[in-house]
Write a protein that binds this ligand. Structure first.
Ligand code: PGA
Length: 252
């Protein structure tokens, strides 16, 4: 009942020219896998060009962040309406944004509300650091990130949200969480935290992705788990064969 979703987070990689040729290479394979919602999130500079390249392909486009205000004196920022011109999705609260650009649960909350208000699907990232993991604080931390990040959002809007559980120690490290371990966090912490906010049946309908060193070899293991509905993929999303294989593995 929850359609699988695989999103590629290209991070700060690829010029427009490089992005265009990567998408041209990926598109024939990705186009065919309709059973999976697939999304590409390139840097802002490539959104215009890729929105044309992806038009009618069934492959969605997302931004990696945005501001919550509609316009104004926010040098360097991009407004929801500007993202919405080209995209259907926006990643919010990625751990790299939280770590390097001072994003907090409070700014995440504002951004999620802005995304929902304008009709963008927010892909909202949560997850613990290595120190928090080792201290056994994962459950409490994600609980807090969910309750604060989604404060004031109505149940009727909640089903439009996608959550990505990304343990920080697993991002870009090659040290992926075990599929059982990741699933346990989704099942025992993230979904219950959302059930607290919106009730069990709404929480059951919300898609939760796993992210952190997902690759072509380990993807299927995650997708076989009860609560993992897809993946947010960094490094492997820049490789045609790997990303296509990950999307393929998410077929129900
Ligand atoms: P990774 O990144 O797949 O390279 O670990 C995941 C992410 O940051 O979304």
């Amino acid at each position: 009942m929850r359609k699988p979703l695989v999103a590629g987070n290209w991070k700060m990689n690829k010029t427009v020219e490089q992005a265009t040729s990567l998408v041209q290479e990926m598109l024939p394979g990705l186009k065919k896998i309709n059973e999976v919602e697939r999304v590409i999130c390139p840097p802002f500079t490539s959104l215009v060009t890729l929105s044309v390249a992806l038009a009618g392909s069934g492959v969605g486009l997302g931004a990696q962040t945005m501001h919550w205000e509609a316009s104004g004196a926010f040098t360097g920022e991009v407004a929801p309406q500007m993202v919405k011109e080209f995209c259907q999705y926006v990643i919010i609260g990625h751990s790299e944004r939280r770590q390097y650009f001072a994003e907090t649960d409070e700014t995440v909350n504002k951004k999620v509300k802005a995304a929902l208000a304008i009709g963008l699907t927010p892909i909202v990232c949560v997850g613990e650091s290595l120190a928090q993991y080792e201290a056994g604080e994962t459950k409490a931390l994600v609980n807090h990130q969910i309750s604060e990040g989604f404060k004031g959002i109505e149940a009727s809007d909640a089903t439009k949200i996608v959550v990505a559980y990304e343990p920080i120690w697993a991002i870009g490290t090659g040290k992926a969480a075990t599929s059982e371990g990741a699933n346990a966090v989704l099942r025992d912490a993230i979904r219950p935290a959302m059930a607290q906010l919106w009730g069990k049946s709404t929480a059951e309908g919300i898609r939760i992705l796993y992210g952190g060193s997902v690759n072509a070899a380990n993807a299927a293991e995650y997708f076989h788990q009860s609560d993992i509905d897809g993946a947010l993929v960094g490094g492997a999303s820049l490789k045609v064969a790997d990303f296509t294989a990950i999307v393929e593995a998410a077929r129900p």
